[in-house]
Design a binder for this molecule. Structure first.
Ligand code: NDP
Length: 487
Protein backbone atom coordinates (compact mmCIF):
# COMPACT_ATOMS: atom_id res chain seq x y z
CA UNK A 1 0.00 0.00 0.00
CA UNK A 2 1.53 3.32 -1.04
CA UNK A 3 1.60 6.03 1.56
CA UNK A 4 -0.22 8.87 -0.17
CA UNK A 5 -0.29 11.22 2.78
CA UNK A 6 1.79 14.40 3.00
CA UNK A 7 5.58 14.10 3.32
CA UNK A 8 6.84 14.10 6.89
CA UNK A 9 8.27 17.46 7.93
CA UNK A 10 11.80 17.64 9.35
CA UNK A 11 11.80 17.18 13.11
CA UNK A 12 13.46 19.61 15.49
CA UNK A 13 14.46 19.53 19.13
CA UNK A 14 11.97 20.80 21.69
CA UNK A 15 13.84 22.92 24.21
CA UNK A 16 12.29 25.44 26.59
CA UNK A 17 8.97 25.48 24.79
CA UNK A 18 10.37 25.93 21.29
CA UNK A 19 11.12 23.76 18.29
CA UNK A 20 14.78 24.52 17.57
CA UNK A 21 17.72 23.30 15.52
CA UNK A 22 20.67 21.61 17.18
CA UNK A 23 23.35 24.05 18.38
CA UNK A 24 25.75 22.40 15.91
CA UNK A 25 23.20 22.74 13.10
CA UNK A 26 23.63 19.00 12.46
CA UNK A 27 20.82 16.71 11.38
CA UNK A 28 20.47 13.00 10.79
CA UNK A 29 18.09 11.04 8.59
CA UNK A 30 15.49 8.65 9.91
CA UNK A 31 14.57 5.70 7.65
CA UNK A 32 11.48 3.64 6.96
CA UNK A 33 12.46 0.02 7.73
CA UNK A 34 9.77 -1.30 5.39
CA UNK A 35 11.06 0.55 2.32
CA UNK A 36 14.65 1.35 3.38
CA UNK A 37 13.91 4.90 2.20
CA UNK A 38 14.53 8.14 4.13
CA UNK A 39 11.55 9.64 5.95
CA UNK A 40 12.89 13.06 6.92
CA UNK A 41 15.77 14.96 8.51
CA UNK A 42 15.91 15.23 12.29
CA UNK A 43 17.87 17.77 14.34
CA UNK A 44 20.73 15.91 16.00
CA UNK A 45 21.06 16.82 19.67
CA UNK A 46 24.55 16.88 21.14
CA UNK A 47 26.00 17.71 24.57
CA UNK A 48 25.44 21.46 24.10
CA UNK A 49 21.74 20.88 23.45
CA UNK A 50 21.52 18.59 26.45
CA UNK A 51 23.00 21.37 28.56
CA UNK A 52 20.47 23.90 27.16
CA UNK A 53 17.57 21.54 27.80
CA UNK A 54 18.67 20.59 31.32
CA UNK A 55 19.15 24.27 32.23
CA UNK A 56 15.68 25.05 30.87
CA UNK A 57 14.20 22.15 32.84
CA UNK A 58 16.11 23.18 35.97
CA UNK A 59 14.84 26.77 35.68
CA UNK A 60 11.30 25.52 35.07
CA UNK A 61 11.57 23.37 38.17
CA UNK A 62 13.25 25.94 40.46
CA UNK A 63 11.19 28.97 39.54
CA UNK A 64 8.55 28.07 36.94
CA UNK A 65 4.86 27.42 37.50
CA UNK A 66 4.77 23.61 36.99
CA UNK A 67 5.66 22.30 40.46
CA UNK A 68 3.92 25.26 42.10
CA UNK A 69 0.57 25.28 40.32
CA UNK A 70 -2.53 23.80 41.89
CA UNK A 71 -2.40 20.04 41.27
CA UNK A 72 -5.84 20.25 39.71
CA UNK A 73 -4.42 22.62 37.10
CA UNK A 74 -1.60 20.18 36.32
CA UNK A 75 -4.27 17.52 36.07
CA UNK A 76 -6.24 19.59 33.54
CA UNK A 77 -3.16 20.12 31.34
CA UNK A 78 -2.07 16.46 31.37
CA UNK A 79 -5.63 15.35 30.63
CA UNK A 80 -5.73 17.79 27.72
CA UNK A 81 -2.50 16.28 26.39
CA UNK A 82 -4.13 12.83 26.50
CA UNK A 83 -7.07 14.25 24.53
CA UNK A 84 -4.78 15.90 21.95
CA UNK A 85 -2.93 12.61 21.44
CA UNK A 86 -6.27 10.94 20.68
CA UNK A 87 -7.30 13.78 18.36
CA UNK A 88 -4.02 13.42 16.42
CA UNK A 89 -4.15 9.65 16.57
CA UNK A 90 -3.95 8.95 12.84
CA UNK A 91 -1.02 11.29 12.37
CA UNK A 92 1.03 9.99 15.33
CA UNK A 93 0.31 6.35 14.53
CA UNK A 94 1.43 6.87 10.93
CA UNK A 95 4.69 8.47 12.11
CA UNK A 96 5.27 5.51 14.42
CA UNK A 97 4.69 2.94 11.69
CA UNK A 98 6.87 4.78 9.16
CA UNK A 99 9.67 5.14 11.69
CA UNK A 100 9.56 1.74 13.42
CA UNK A 101 8.06 -0.62 10.81
CA UNK A 102 5.34 -1.96 13.12
CA UNK A 103 1.89 -2.61 11.63
CA UNK A 104 -0.42 0.41 11.60
CA UNK A 105 -2.97 -1.83 13.33
CA UNK A 106 -0.68 -1.91 16.37
CA UNK A 107 0.33 1.76 16.26
CA UNK A 108 -3.23 3.02 15.82
CA UNK A 109 -5.37 0.51 17.72
CA UNK A 110 -3.08 -0.52 20.57
CA UNK A 111 -0.10 1.78 21.18
CA UNK A 112 -1.79 5.12 20.54
CA UNK A 113 -4.71 4.57 22.98
CA UNK A 114 -2.16 3.34 25.56
CA UNK A 115 -0.16 6.59 25.39
CA UNK A 116 -3.27 8.71 25.71
CA UNK A 117 -4.52 6.63 28.61
CA UNK A 118 -1.18 7.08 30.40
CA UNK A 119 -1.63 10.85 30.38
CA UNK A 120 -5.26 10.50 31.44
CA UNK A 121 -4.44 8.03 34.22
CA UNK A 122 -1.53 10.00 35.68
CA UNK A 123 -3.45 13.28 35.35
CA UNK A 124 -5.71 11.80 38.03
CA UNK A 125 -2.75 11.21 40.36
CA UNK A 126 -1.71 14.88 40.53
CA UNK A 127 -4.34 15.51 43.22
CA UNK A 128 -3.69 12.31 45.15
CA UNK A 129 0.01 12.41 46.04
CA UNK A 130 -0.45 12.77 49.75
CA UNK A 131 1.91 12.72 52.72
CA UNK A 132 1.03 11.51 56.23
CA UNK A 133 0.86 12.80 59.74
CA UNK A 134 2.95 10.61 62.03
CA UNK A 135 2.14 10.31 65.77
CA UNK A 136 5.62 10.80 67.29
CA UNK A 137 5.10 12.95 70.38
CA UNK A 138 2.25 15.26 71.49
CA UNK A 139 4.79 18.06 71.73
CA UNK A 140 5.47 17.86 68.02
CA UNK A 141 3.47 18.08 64.85
CA UNK A 142 5.22 15.59 62.57
CA UNK A 143 4.25 14.99 58.98
CA UNK A 144 5.64 13.98 55.59
CA UNK A 145 5.47 15.75 52.26
CA UNK A 146 5.70 13.90 48.97
CA UNK A 147 7.79 16.04 46.69
CA UNK A 148 9.01 15.79 43.08
CA UNK A 149 12.68 14.96 42.47
CA UNK A 150 13.47 17.83 40.12
CA UNK A 151 14.78 17.15 36.62
CA UNK A 152 14.21 13.66 35.21
CA UNK A 153 16.24 12.41 32.24
CA UNK A 154 14.31 9.77 30.30
CA UNK A 155 16.15 7.61 27.76
CA UNK A 156 13.88 5.41 25.70
CA UNK A 157 14.26 2.64 23.09
CA UNK A 158 13.01 2.21 19.53
CA UNK A 159 10.57 -0.65 20.01
CA UNK A 160 7.72 1.35 21.61
CA UNK A 161 8.71 4.97 20.96
CA UNK A 162 5.38 6.65 21.67
CA UNK A 163 4.30 4.33 24.47
CA UNK A 164 7.55 4.99 26.30
CA UNK A 165 6.84 8.73 26.29
CA UNK A 166 3.63 7.97 28.16
CA UNK A 167 5.21 5.44 30.52
CA UNK A 168 8.08 7.75 31.52
CA UNK A 169 6.92 11.35 31.07
CA UNK A 170 3.32 11.06 32.32
CA UNK A 171 4.10 9.95 35.91
CA UNK A 172 7.18 12.19 36.15
CA UNK A 173 5.18 15.24 35.06
CA UNK A 174 2.17 14.35 37.21
CA UNK A 175 4.43 14.40 40.27
CA UNK A 176 5.64 17.91 39.37
CA UNK A 177 9.03 17.08 37.84
CA UNK A 178 10.47 18.56 34.67
CA UNK A 179 11.66 16.15 32.01
CA UNK A 180 14.36 15.92 29.35
CA UNK A 181 13.52 12.95 27.14
CA UNK A 182 15.87 11.38 24.61
CA UNK A 183 14.08 9.11 22.11
CA UNK A 184 16.08 6.46 20.26
CA UNK A 185 17.78 7.88 17.17
CA UNK A 186 16.10 5.11 15.16
CA UNK A 187 12.60 6.32 16.01
CA UNK A 188 12.43 9.96 17.12
CA UNK A 189 9.32 11.20 15.30
CA UNK A 190 6.38 10.34 17.56
CA UNK A 191 8.13 11.68 20.68
CA UNK A 192 8.85 15.02 19.01
CA UNK A 193 5.21 15.27 17.91
CA UNK A 194 3.95 14.51 21.41
CA UNK A 195 6.37 17.17 22.72
CA UNK A 196 4.74 19.70 20.38
CA UNK A 197 1.27 18.66 21.51
CA UNK A 198 2.34 19.05 25.15
CA UNK A 199 3.02 22.74 24.46
CA UNK A 200 -0.39 23.05 22.82
CA UNK A 201 -1.97 21.45 25.89
CA UNK A 202 -0.41 24.13 28.11
CA UNK A 203 2.65 22.35 29.50
CA UNK A 204 4.88 25.36 30.30
CA UNK A 205 8.21 25.96 28.51
CA UNK A 206 11.10 23.87 29.82
CA UNK A 207 8.87 21.29 31.51
CA UNK A 208 9.03 18.66 28.74
CA UNK A 209 12.08 18.83 26.47
CA UNK A 210 12.60 16.31 23.66
CA UNK A 211 16.10 15.68 22.31
CA UNK A 212 16.51 13.24 19.42
CA UNK A 213 20.16 12.30 19.05
CA UNK A 214 22.59 9.44 19.48
CA UNK A 215 22.88 7.66 22.80
CA UNK A 216 26.65 7.85 22.72
CA UNK A 217 26.62 11.67 22.75
CA UNK A 218 23.20 13.11 23.71
CA UNK A 219 22.28 10.13 25.92
CA UNK A 220 25.65 10.00 27.65
CA UNK A 221 25.64 13.78 28.23
CA UNK A 222 22.20 13.55 29.84
CA UNK A 223 23.36 10.76 32.14
CA UNK A 224 26.43 12.72 33.21
CA UNK A 225 24.80 16.12 33.61
CA UNK A 226 24.93 17.38 37.20
CA UNK A 227 21.62 19.20 36.73
CA UNK A 228 19.71 15.93 36.30
CA UNK A 229 18.33 14.27 39.45
CA UNK A 230 17.20 10.96 38.03
CA UNK A 231 17.60 8.78 34.96
CA UNK A 232 14.81 6.49 33.89
CA UNK A 233 15.97 4.11 31.17
CA UNK A 234 14.54 1.31 29.05
CA UNK A 235 16.86 -0.52 26.67
CA UNK A 236 19.67 -3.03 26.52
CA UNK A 237 21.42 -4.61 29.48
CA UNK A 238 24.80 -3.37 28.31
CA UNK A 239 23.77 0.29 28.15
CA UNK A 240 21.80 -0.08 31.40
CA UNK A 241 24.92 -1.25 33.22
CA UNK A 242 26.90 1.68 31.83
CA UNK A 243 24.21 4.16 32.87
CA UNK A 244 24.08 2.73 36.38
CA UNK A 245 27.84 3.09 36.75
CA UNK A 246 27.82 6.66 35.47
CA UNK A 247 24.91 7.71 37.66
CA UNK A 248 27.10 6.91 40.65
CA UNK A 249 29.38 9.88 39.92
CA UNK A 250 26.62 12.44 40.45
CA UNK A 251 24.60 10.23 42.85
CA UNK A 252 21.61 10.19 40.54
CA UNK A 253 18.65 8.00 41.20
CA UNK A 254 18.09 5.45 38.46
CA UNK A 255 15.38 3.15 37.17
CA UNK A 256 16.34 0.46 34.65
CA UNK A 257 14.15 -1.75 32.48
CA UNK A 258 16.51 -4.02 30.58
CA UNK A 259 14.51 -6.52 28.63
CA UNK A 260 13.92 -10.19 29.15
CA UNK A 261 13.64 -13.73 27.91
CA UNK A 262 10.26 -14.46 29.33
CA UNK A 263 8.88 -17.97 29.85
CA UNK A 264 5.35 -18.71 28.67
CA UNK A 265 4.39 -22.03 30.28
CA UNK A 266 1.65 -24.28 28.91
CA UNK A 267 0.49 -27.04 31.26
CA UNK A 268 -1.25 -30.12 29.89
CA UNK A 269 -4.54 -29.10 31.52
CA UNK A 270 -4.68 -25.76 29.68
CA UNK A 271 -7.27 -24.71 27.13
CA UNK A 272 -5.04 -25.64 24.20
CA UNK A 273 -6.59 -23.34 21.59
CA UNK A 274 -6.30 -20.36 23.94
CA UNK A 275 -2.71 -21.30 24.81
CA UNK A 276 -1.77 -21.48 21.12
CA UNK A 277 -3.26 -18.02 20.55
CA UNK A 278 -1.44 -16.72 23.66
CA UNK A 279 1.88 -18.23 22.60
CA UNK A 280 1.50 -16.73 19.13
CA UNK A 281 0.51 -13.25 20.32
CA UNK A 282 3.09 -13.42 23.09
CA UNK A 283 5.93 -13.57 20.57
CA UNK A 284 4.68 -12.11 17.30
CA UNK A 285 3.03 -8.94 18.61
CA UNK A 286 5.38 -6.04 17.90
CA UNK A 287 7.49 -8.35 15.65
CA UNK A 288 8.89 -9.83 18.85
CA UNK A 289 10.79 -6.59 19.45
CA UNK A 290 9.11 -6.50 22.84
CA UNK A 291 10.98 -6.60 26.13
CA UNK A 292 8.29 -8.81 27.68
CA UNK A 293 7.86 -11.10 24.65
CA UNK A 294 7.04 -14.66 25.64
CA UNK A 295 10.08 -15.87 23.75
CA UNK A 296 10.57 -19.16 25.66
CA UNK A 297 7.52 -21.36 25.24
CA UNK A 298 7.70 -24.12 27.87
CA UNK A 299 5.30 -26.94 26.97
CA UNK A 300 4.39 -29.96 29.09
CA UNK A 301 5.62 -33.09 27.30
CA UNK A 302 2.26 -34.85 27.02
CA UNK A 303 0.80 -32.05 24.85
CA UNK A 304 4.04 -30.85 23.24
CA UNK A 305 3.60 -32.37 19.76
CA UNK A 306 -0.05 -31.43 19.45
CA UNK A 307 0.53 -27.86 20.57
CA UNK A 308 3.57 -27.44 18.35
CA UNK A 309 1.64 -28.65 15.29
CA UNK A 310 -1.18 -26.18 15.93
CA UNK A 311 1.25 -23.35 16.59
CA UNK A 312 3.28 -24.03 13.45
CA UNK A 313 0.12 -24.16 11.34
CA UNK A 314 -0.97 -20.79 12.69
CA UNK A 315 2.50 -19.24 12.42
CA UNK A 316 2.88 -20.15 8.75
CA UNK A 317 -0.19 -18.03 7.98
CA UNK A 318 1.41 -14.95 9.49
CA UNK A 319 3.35 -13.36 6.66
CA UNK A 320 5.25 -10.07 6.63
CA UNK A 321 3.40 -7.36 4.71
CA UNK A 322 3.22 -3.60 4.21
CA UNK A 323 3.01 -2.08 7.70
CA UNK A 324 0.71 0.69 6.46
CA UNK A 325 -1.92 -1.82 5.35
CA UNK A 326 -4.49 -2.08 8.18
CA UNK A 327 -4.72 -5.85 7.61
CA UNK A 328 -0.98 -6.42 8.23
CA UNK A 329 -0.01 -8.17 11.47
CA UNK A 330 3.75 -8.63 10.94
CA UNK A 331 5.84 -5.58 10.04
CA UNK A 332 9.51 -4.88 9.38
CA UNK A 333 12.25 -5.11 12.00
CA UNK A 334 13.57 -1.73 13.01
CA UNK A 335 16.79 -1.76 10.98
CA UNK A 336 19.18 -3.92 9.03
CA UNK A 337 21.44 -4.72 11.97
CA UNK A 338 18.51 -5.90 14.09
CA UNK A 339 17.39 -8.10 11.18
CA UNK A 340 20.88 -9.57 10.85
CA UNK A 341 21.08 -10.13 14.60
CA UNK A 342 17.77 -12.02 14.55
CA UNK A 343 18.71 -14.15 11.53
CA UNK A 344 22.07 -14.82 13.15
CA UNK A 345 20.29 -16.25 16.17
CA UNK A 346 18.17 -18.54 13.97
CA UNK A 347 21.36 -19.84 12.42
CA UNK A 348 23.03 -20.24 15.81
CA UNK A 349 19.98 -22.14 17.11
CA UNK A 350 20.06 -24.52 14.16
CA UNK A 351 23.78 -24.98 14.75
CA UNK A 352 23.09 -25.94 18.37
CA UNK A 353 20.55 -28.56 17.33
CA UNK A 354 17.25 -26.67 17.30
CA UNK A 355 14.83 -27.40 14.45
CA UNK A 356 13.39 -24.54 12.38
CA UNK A 357 9.74 -25.62 12.50
CA UNK A 358 8.42 -22.45 10.80
CA UNK A 359 9.91 -19.41 9.10
CA UNK A 360 13.54 -18.62 9.75
CA UNK A 361 14.28 -16.43 6.74
CA UNK A 362 14.29 -12.87 5.54
CA UNK A 363 11.22 -12.09 3.42
CA UNK A 364 11.25 -8.66 1.74
CA UNK A 365 7.93 -7.04 0.84
CA UNK A 366 7.81 -5.52 -2.65
CA UNK A 367 11.51 -6.36 -2.90
CA UNK A 368 12.51 -4.22 0.10
CA UNK A 369 12.57 -3.93 3.86
CA UNK A 370 13.98 -5.58 6.97
CA UNK A 371 11.25 -8.21 7.25
CA UNK A 372 11.81 -11.58 8.92
CA UNK A 373 9.35 -14.48 8.77
CA UNK A 374 7.46 -15.51 11.89
CA UNK A 375 9.76 -18.23 13.21
CA UNK A 376 9.35 -21.21 15.53
CA UNK A 377 12.39 -23.11 16.79
CA UNK A 378 11.54 -26.49 18.30
CA UNK A 379 13.73 -29.12 20.00
CA UNK A 380 15.32 -26.33 22.02
CA UNK A 381 17.23 -26.99 25.22
CA UNK A 382 16.94 -24.30 27.88
CA UNK A 383 20.72 -23.87 27.92
CA UNK A 384 21.11 -23.05 24.24
CA UNK A 385 21.97 -19.44 23.36
CA UNK A 386 18.60 -19.02 21.62
CA UNK A 387 16.92 -19.94 24.90
CA UNK A 388 19.06 -17.74 27.14
CA UNK A 389 19.71 -14.54 25.15
CA UNK A 390 17.27 -11.85 24.12
CA UNK A 391 16.75 -12.23 20.35
CA UNK A 392 14.32 -9.30 20.06
CA UNK A 393 12.58 -10.48 16.92
CA UNK A 394 9.76 -12.79 15.78
CA UNK A 395 11.49 -15.98 16.93
CA UNK A 396 9.88 -18.38 19.39
CA UNK A 397 11.87 -21.13 21.11
CA UNK A 398 9.85 -24.17 22.21
CA UNK A 399 11.16 -26.14 25.19
CA UNK A 400 9.53 -29.26 26.67
CA UNK A 401 9.15 -29.86 30.43
CA UNK A 402 7.75 -32.52 32.76
CA UNK A 403 5.64 -31.44 35.75
CA UNK A 404 5.33 -28.26 37.79
CA UNK A 405 8.77 -28.29 39.45
CA UNK A 406 10.56 -28.79 36.14
CA UNK A 407 8.49 -25.96 34.57
CA UNK A 408 9.35 -23.56 37.39
CA UNK A 409 13.02 -24.55 37.41
CA UNK A 410 13.37 -24.02 33.66
CA UNK A 411 11.38 -20.78 33.76
CA UNK A 412 13.63 -19.34 36.47
CA UNK A 413 16.90 -20.68 35.06
CA UNK A 414 17.71 -17.44 33.25
CA UNK A 415 19.52 -14.13 33.84
CA UNK A 416 16.33 -12.12 33.23
CA UNK A 417 13.15 -11.72 35.28
CA UNK A 418 10.79 -9.37 33.48
CA UNK A 419 7.59 -11.27 32.71
CA UNK A 420 6.12 -14.76 32.56
CA UNK A 421 2.93 -16.42 31.35
CA UNK A 422 1.21 -19.62 32.36
CA UNK A 423 -1.71 -21.56 30.96
CA UNK A 424 -3.74 -23.95 33.11
CA UNK A 425 -7.33 -24.63 34.16
CA UNK A 426 -6.18 -25.49 37.69
CA UNK A 427 -6.63 -22.42 39.90
CA UNK A 428 -4.45 -23.74 42.71
CA UNK A 429 -1.62 -24.51 40.31
CA UNK A 430 -1.99 -21.08 38.71
CA UNK A 431 -1.59 -19.19 42.00
CA UNK A 432 1.18 -21.47 43.23
CA UNK A 433 3.26 -21.18 40.08
CA UNK A 434 2.64 -17.43 39.80
CA UNK A 435 4.23 -17.04 43.24
CA UNK A 436 7.25 -19.16 42.37
CA UNK A 437 8.10 -17.42 39.09
CA UNK A 438 10.90 -14.85 39.26
CA UNK A 439 9.28 -12.10 37.20
CA UNK A 440 7.90 -8.60 37.63
CA UNK A 441 4.68 -9.55 35.82
CA UNK A 442 2.88 -12.89 35.58
CA UNK A 443 0.00 -13.36 33.14
CA UNK A 444 -2.29 -16.35 33.75
CA UNK A 445 -4.31 -17.54 30.74
CA UNK A 446 -3.45 -14.35 28.83
CA UNK A 447 -0.25 -12.70 27.64
CA UNK A 448 1.04 -9.23 26.77
CA UNK A 449 -1.67 -7.22 28.52
CA UNK A 450 -0.85 -3.76 29.89
CA UNK A 451 -2.72 -1.00 31.63
CA UNK A 452 -1.52 2.35 33.04
CA UNK A 453 -2.77 1.20 36.45
CA UNK A 454 -0.70 -2.03 36.58
CA UNK A 455 2.98 -1.65 37.51
CA UNK A 456 5.50 -3.06 35.05
CA UNK A 457 9.21 -3.73 35.55
CA UNK A 458 11.81 -6.35 36.21
CA UNK A 459 13.61 -8.46 38.75
CA UNK A 460 17.10 -10.01 38.39
CA UNK A 461 18.93 -8.93 35.22
CA UNK A 462 15.81 -7.21 33.88
CA UNK A 463 16.48 -4.23 36.10
CA UNK A 464 14.66 -2.51 38.94
CA UNK A 465 12.03 0.09 39.57
CA UNK A 466 8.59 0.19 38.04
CA UNK A 467 6.85 1.96 35.20
CA UNK A 468 3.08 2.50 35.42
CA UNK A 469 0.67 2.23 38.30
CA UNK A 470 0.91 3.89 41.68
CA UNK A 471 4.34 2.28 42.12
CA UNK A 472 5.81 4.37 39.31
CA UNK A 473 5.03 7.57 41.23
CA UNK A 474 7.49 6.44 43.89
CA UNK A 475 10.16 6.53 41.20
CA UNK A 476 9.53 10.24 40.67
CA UNK A 477 8.88 11.49 44.21
CA UNK A 478 10.75 11.68 47.49
CA UNK A 479 9.59 12.03 51.06
CA UNK A 480 10.40 15.01 53.22
CA UNK A 481 9.85 14.70 56.99
CA UNK A 482 8.78 17.86 58.78
CA UNK A 483 9.08 18.19 62.58
CA UNK A 484 7.35 21.11 64.24
CA UNK A 485 7.64 21.93 67.93
CA UNK A 486 4.14 22.96 68.99
CA UNK A 487 4.61 23.28 72.74
P1 NDP B 1 20.20 0.55 23.51
O1 NDP B 1 20.20 0.13 24.91
O2 NDP B 1 21.50 0.89 22.85
O3 NDP B 1 19.27 1.83 23.31
C1 NDP B 1 18.31 2.30 24.21
C2 NDP B 1 18.43 3.81 24.38
O4 NDP B 1 19.65 4.13 25.04
C3 NDP B 1 18.47 4.57 23.05
O5 NDP B 1 17.81 5.80 23.19
C4 NDP B 1 19.97 4.77 22.86
O6 NDP B 1 20.29 5.83 22.02
C5 NDP B 1 20.39 5.07 24.28
N1 NDP B 1 21.82 4.91 24.54
C6 NDP B 1 22.71 4.12 23.88
N2 NDP B 1 23.94 4.25 24.42
C7 NDP B 1 23.83 5.15 25.44
C8 NDP B 1 24.75 5.69 26.39
N3 NDP B 1 26.03 5.36 26.40
N4 NDP B 1 24.28 6.57 27.30
C9 NDP B 1 22.99 6.92 27.33
N5 NDP B 1 22.08 6.45 26.44
C10 NDP B 1 22.48 5.57 25.52
O7 NDP B 1 19.46 -0.55 22.67
P2 NDP B 1 19.70 -0.88 21.13
O8 NDP B 1 18.88 0.04 20.38
O9 NDP B 1 21.14 -0.89 20.76
O10 NDP B 1 19.17 -2.36 21.05
C11 NDP B 1 20.08 -3.42 21.33
C12 NDP B 1 19.38 -4.56 21.98
O11 NDP B 1 18.87 -4.14 23.23
C13 NDP B 1 18.18 -5.09 21.24
O12 NDP B 1 18.53 -5.99 20.26
C14 NDP B 1 17.41 -5.72 22.36
O13 NDP B 1 17.91 -7.00 22.64
C15 NDP B 1 17.67 -4.80 23.53
N6 NDP B 1 16.60 -3.80 23.72
C16 NDP B 1 15.77 -3.93 24.77
C17 NDP B 1 14.73 -3.06 24.92
C18 NDP B 1 13.78 -3.16 26.04
O14 NDP B 1 12.63 -2.80 25.89
N7 NDP B 1 14.21 -3.58 27.19
C19 NDP B 1 14.46 -2.00 23.96
C20 NDP B 1 15.43 -1.90 22.92
C21 NDP B 1 16.44 -2.80 22.82
P3 NDP B 1 20.38 5.68 20.41
O15 NDP B 1 19.69 4.46 20.02
O16 NDP B 1 19.68 6.88 19.97
O17 NDP B 1 21.81 5.70 20.06
Amino acid sequence: MTDTLAPVQPAKLIINGQAVDAASGETFTTYNPATEEPICAVARAGPEDVDRAVKAARAAFESGPWPRMRPAERQRILWKLGDLILEHGDEIARLETLDNGKPIFESRQVDLPMVASCFHYFAGWTTKLTGETVPVNPAFFTYTLREPLGVVGAIIPWNFPMIMVGWKAAPALAAGNCVVLKPAAETPLSAVRIGELALEAGVPPGVLNILPGPGSSAGAALVRHAGVDKITFTGSTEVGRQIMRECADTVKKVTLELGGKSPNIVFADADLEAAVRGAYNGIFYGKGEVCAAGSRLLVEKSIHDELLAKLVERTRKLVPADPLDPKTRLGALVNESQMKKVLGYVEAGAGEGAKVAAGGKRQPVNGKGWFVQATVLSDVDNHMRVAQEEIFGPVLTVIPFEGVDDAVAKANDIFYGLAAGLWTRDVKKAHGVARRLQAGTVWVNLYNFYDPGMPFGGTKGSGFGRDLGADSLREYTQTKSVWMNIE
